[in-house]
Design a protein around this ligand. Sequence first.
Ligand SMILES: *[C@@H]1O[C@H](CO)[C@@H](O)[C@H](O)[C@H]1NC(C)=O
Length: 388
Amino acid sequence: MSKSLLVVVVLLYTIFMSAKAAYNVVDFGARSGGKIDSTKAFQAAWAAVCRSTKPATIQVPRGRFLLNRIAFRGPCKNTKINFRIYGTLVAPSYTVIGTANQWIWFYKVEGLSIYGGVLDGQGTSLYACKLAKRRCPGGAASVMFFGMKNLLISGLTSINSELAHIVINGCQDVSMRGIKIIAPDESPNTDGLHVQMSKGITITKSNIKTGDDCISIGPGMVNLWVEGVFCGPGHGISIGSLGKVVDEPGVQNITVRSVTFSGTQNGLRIKTWGRHSKGFVKGVLFEHAVMQNVKFPIVIDQNYCPTLKGCPGQHSGIKISDVRYNDIRGTSATEVAVKLDCSRSNPCRGIVLQDVKLTYKNKPALSSCKHAVGKVKGVVALAPPSCL
Ligand SMILES: *[C@@H]1O[C@H](CO)[C@@H](O)[C@H](O)[C@H]1NC(C)=O
């Protein structure tokens, strides 16, 4: 056999094999149109993909596919699974989901890559129920990833989740890029991306419009990289709330850079309960952030005690250290643009404000510090430039 013929044969074989390893949910009985429940079909397609001993793809064509609560469970037989979504996954009514942790669950899969797709959480009627203060179930996050390793989520859109849109919990090495989050400004508790108890997450080139935090960073998050994110409307990018319980793993090595906040409630925030805890926040870099009419651009609030139960009179046990704000500029919608309100018993240490230029009504905005220790570098256009 000539060399070129061999190449052709190998090529054809590769195409044949990879074609065989694609599983279209429609072949398993999924029906588009958004009315017929396709949960069983998706489950069957997933089982085939997960059983496959070689790289495999589960494919969702264009159209709207109604799914009830569903779990895509590992461990799987191979560590290269693609989930290609061209269409939309549609959640059932909130009365069907009730109060659950999540609508879609990915559990202990290694080497999963999700490309494209829209998740429609159909949360609008639940928001209306909650805003009218009627009796309604808590709702569910749209998708939760738990115990995943080497996860890629690329180009996924989430619309109107009942609670958080995308939750990453207990995972390792996660990359999210080109994520789009859409929910109304007034939708309650709709965090965009929530990450916690995980090691190594990057979030890049994403656009988040929602009713709660654009990105919220929970306990035990280590090595997080956020770059190129637009946030607004929303409550900003927030580390916390932390320290609700005593034994809580710390948050460490967090970088948030090149982000824009537009009309948000907060910009860059660290928030801890005003009560005893062994947790910490260590090594945070916030840099190159643009604030456009943000209510509270830079916030450390260590006195969070929303219901005034179990914390009055206590000081936060969370130790905050090495937090750097570099090149933060733009406009504040309130007079005090920088508010560092740290714990009386555990003052913030190693705070650096470098090149921070924030204005309120065309004048330098105010800064206010309590129990915060650190220094000012470069040009800090605030009044006073340093309250540290
Ligand atoms: C901090 O996290 C980044 C990724 O966000 C990683 O590249 C770096 O190695 C981490 N630093 C340490 C000291 O672990």
